[in-house]
Write a protein that binds this ligand. Structure first.
Ligand SMILES: [Zn+2]
Length: 277
């Protein structure tokens, strides 16, 4: 590119080529995530990233090997007003150091309200299904004070989907005996009008009932809001293990959430923007 004057046409071709590469990279991420059985494979989550699929059909413009995946440059979004307002008078600290970085930096939502779909279970009685859905929605709504949420009736518009289903068995590193999990939260990346976006699926095991169901829903939802890690203290909702008397959302949980939302992310920003400077 050095020395050659850039015409509008060549700039456009360059951008198209780069977007194509990013699209391919994203497809690689999807493929990796889909190695485990996912809801998408079971046909529950059918809204696949159409942008990425369209890009796959486009023939490559150049035979040169693709450069590494370059998602949008991570930068912070404005802090949501609900978190600006949050002041911890108890100064109880946080566990932000336990929050893991992902390939898109921090898992921050930037469009509000965040839309939640709770699937009505079919394998139990109507009455039981109603109780289950209400318990989950109540637990999830506890977070509404800190980030605006909306429960939706259409699964295809949801950012976070919650399903009553046993998570796949997990092999622990020290043993060959697969471990049953009470819940699992996973995310997928997709592009929407070139904006890098994510959506979450939360599986809550049918073995969880009553207080445990509330605690599991509250805990997993914290992950889906961006707390991608665990607290070392049992008094926090995001404590790594289940406890007999599950605590409500703690000041430390909210302090951690607020710090996450002050961090940079590639989510919510346009692909290719980086190259137009
Ligand atoms: Zn967890």
């Amino acid at each position: 590119m050095s020395g050659k004057p850039l015409t509008t046409k060549s700039i456009l071709r360059l951008i198209t080529a780069l977007v194509l590469v990013i699209g391919t990279g994203l497809l690689a991420i999807f493929t990796n995530l889909q190695n485990k059985p996912t809801l998408a494979e079971n046909g529950i989550l059918t809204n696949t990233p159409e942008n990425a699929q369209d890009l796959r059909k486009t023939p490559p413009l150049s035979p040169s090997p693709p450069p590494p995946l370059l998602p949008p440059s991570p930068r912070p979004h404005p802090l949501p007003p609900t978190l600006v307002q949050w002041k911890d008078s108890t100064n109880s600290g946080d566990y932000f150091s336990q929050v893991k970085l992902t390939e898109v930096c921090y898992l921050v939502w930037s469009q509000f309200p965040i839309r939640i779909y709770v699937e009505t279970p079919k394998e139990i009685s109507k009455e039981q299904a109603k109780t289950w859905v209400n318990t989950v929605i109540q637990a999830v709504q506890e977070w509404n004070v800190y980030l605006p949420l909306e429960v939706v009736k259409q699964p295809e518009v949801a950012n976070i989907t919650i399903v009553r289903k046993a998570p796949p068995l997990q092999k622990s590193p020290n043993s060959n005996i697969p471990r049953a999990r009470s819940a699992q939260t996973t995310y997928k990346l997709y592009t929407n009008n070139k904006v890098l976006s994510h959506r979450f699926t939360i599986l809550l095991s049918p073995t969880q009932t009553g207080n445990y169901l509330t605690a599991a829903a509250r805990h997993e939802f914290g992950h889906a809001l961006g707390i991608w890690g665990h607290s070392p203290l049992p008094s926090d909702a995001l404590y790594f293990s289940q406890v007999r008397n599950p605590p409500p959302i703690s000041a430390r949980d909210v302090n951690t959430l607020k710090r996450v939302y002050e961090q940079p992310t590639s989510l919510g920003w346009s692909l290719g923007e980086k190259y137009q400077n």
